[in-house]
Each structure stands twice: as structure tokens, then as C-alpha cells.
Design a binder for this molecule. Structure first.
Ligand code: GLU
Length: 304
């Protein structure tokens, strides 16, 4: 079997919290337990929201936990030219079109149709614009976003933790954004290009990203990248049932490190993951030998 290449892909838009650490620990263990490599990618596409000091702090936090990586980190903010190339490849195949809809217009059409909490499916308003329609909008000074023209096709995968998952691209995903109107490349495009270029074979991340996977699988096919294996891990939830976020300052790793050692935190994360029967101080390295996806919990964990 080909060598496993896993990755840590934090978005450095704030301090790392326990939920990020949980996913990172499992990603690291997933790769290391197969004798694989671990890569680090900083998902700082949105540069103003992801200043360098945040990214450096995330790297320090990962290292403090005992999670290492095998190559210099990759910064999404430095890969614009490569994303542009891949966008051009898709455009040559007729899979990209400009969308001039404003946020307000999008909201008006999608609000009624989107099931609660689901990403709205784009109604396709700009799909069939003629060159004249486009020119008229450009003349009004409208800057388009670029959307993928998705086929009416079902994409299915078997997630290593969540099991089978499928989506009909046209009906359930819709023509998703590849580049925003302000020029920012979309996560969906960047993640596929980055994982593909780096030869990533194993993607471990929060289960909130499972619904994004069908469109990523489709983009991989269109760009000629092999599919990695996927493991979507449970989320850590606050006692009120919401997902931990960067707002819960007290659960930031920095704040916790004032009261707990790295070993204690890793032990707690491993206990929540189902890898230890009680929390005890441990290093990630010590968990490698015993690690198996069979043992990892499928259910979200409420953090008290
Ligand atoms: N940057 C994302 C996060 O921090 C992960 C994206 C991915 O793994 O595909 O949740």
C-alpha cells in the first residue's frame, strides 16, 4: 500500500481551542499509526482574518502538545498563483461561470429553500447569462464571483468513521463558489489543490466538513487528483450543545496551559476520543501503538 500522508490544516483566525486540538491529535495519530508522514498547512486564505502572529501561535500550540510535522509548513496565502492555474483548468473545461448576484439577492432566493442549518443551494440565476447580460452587469461595475458548474450527478464516499455519505451535486450542493467577488479563493478549491499537490492520502477533520466532501471529490476528479481516504471526527460541544469555537476563550489551549500540562490535555482529549478508559497524562507518541480507528468514538463529546 502507498505510504500514508496525513495533514494538519488549522485555520489560524484565532487562538487554538480544545476542539481544534482534538481534531489535530486524531489527524496526527491517524497518519503516525500507519507509519505515515504528517504535513502542516496554514489555512490563512483570508489574510486579514489570519494574521501571522495567530498562525505562529497555532504552530507553537501544536508543538507544545507534542504534534510534529515533517516538512516546512505550507501557507495558503502564498499559493494564489497555483489556485489561479487550477481555476483556469476548470474554466477551459467549461466548468466555471461568473455570478453577479449580490448577497441580498442570494439571501432572498435561498432563504425559503434551504433546510435549517444546511448550506443554501444556489438557484443558478447567473448560469445561463448571455455575453450581453454579463457585459451589462460589468458595465454597472459589478464584480463577479466565480462558480463551479456542477453536473447532475451523485457522489458517494465511505467515510472511515461516519460510514457511507452521498450527495447529488446539482440538487443538494449546487454551483458552489470557487473565487469570491473580492478575489479570495474559496476553501473548497484551495483544499483540493493543496491536498492534491502535497500527495495527501488521508484527510482527518471535524465532521462539520463531511457535507463539503462530495464537491471536493468531484473537483479532485476534474483536476486529476486521486481521492484521499476520509475520517470525519466528532465535534467537541460546550455544555449548552453548541460547538466549541474561538469565542470560548477559557477553552483556548493557551488559557488551559496555565492550569494543565500538555500531557494532561492530550490525556483528556484521548479519553474523550475513546482511546483511554480514564484521563491520564500521556504524550501523542505514547498513543501511537494502541491507536485504531475502531476505537475512536463516533458521537460528539460534551466538554464540561
Ligand atoms: N481549516 C479547517 C479547520 O481548521 C480544516 C479544513 C480541512 O481539514 O479540510 O477546521
Amino acid at each position: 500500500m502507498a505510504r500514508t500522508v496525513g495533514r494538519l490544516a488549522p485555520s489560524p483566525s484565532g487562538a487554538m481551542h480544545l476542539g481544534n486540538a482534538f481534531a489535530a491529535l486524531l489527524a496526527w495519530l491517524g497518519a503516525r499509526s500507519e507509519g505515515g508522514e504528517v504535513l502542516l498547512r496554514l489555512e490563512d486564505l483570508d489574510r486579514p482574518r489570519c494574521p501571522r502572529p495567530y498562525a505562529l501561535a497555532v504552530m507553537e500550540d501544536l508543538a507544545w502538545l507534542g504534534l510534529d510535522w515533517d516538512a516546512p509548513p505550507v501557507w495558503q496565502s502564498e499559493r494564489g498563483a497555483r489556485y489561479q492555474d487550477c481555476l483556469a483548468t476548470l474554466a477551459e473545461r467549461g466548468l466555471v461561470y461568473p455570478c453577479y448576484c449580490s448577497r441580498r439577492e442570494l439571501h432572498a432566493v435561498t432563504e425559503a429553500s434551504a433546510p435549517h442549518g444546511a448550506a443554501p443551494v444556489y438557484a443558478g440565476t447567473c448560469r445561463g447569462l448571455s455575453p450581453q447580460d454579463r457585459a451589462a452587469r460589468e458595465a454597472q461595475g459589478r464584480r463577479p464571483a466565480l462558480r463551479a458548474l456542477v453536473p447532475a450527478r451523485e457522489v458517494a464516499l465511505r467515510d472511515g468513521l461516519q460510514g457511507p455519505f452521498r450527495a447529488d451535486l446539482a440538487r443538494e450542493v449546487g454551483d458552489f463558489i470557487l473565487r469570491r467577488s473580492d478575489g479570495l479563493f474559496a476553501y473548497q478549491l484551495a483544499v483540493v489543490v493543496d491536498d492534491g499537490d502535497a500527495g495527501v492520502t488521508q484527510v482527518v477533520r471535524g465532521r462539520d466538513l463531511l457535507p463539503s466532501t462530495p464537491q471536493q471529490l468531484w473537483l479532485q476528479e476534474e483536476l486529476g487528483f486521486p481521492h484521499p481516504r476520509y475520517y470525519h471526527v466528532p465535534l467537541l460541544l460546550a455544555p449548552d450543545g453548541r460547538r466549541l469555537s474561538k469565542r470560548e476563550g477559557d477553552l483556548s489551549l493557551r488559557a488551559m496551559s496555565r492550569r494543565h500540562s500538555a500531557g494532561e490535555i492530550v490525556g483528556r482529549l484521548a479519553f474523550w476520543a475513546g482511546l483511554l478508559d480514564r484521563p491520564r497524562p500521556v504524550t501523542p507518541r505514547e498513543l501511537v501503538g494502541e491507536f485504531s480507528w475502531e476505537r475512536v468514538t463516533r458521537a460528539d463529546v460534551t466538554v464540561r
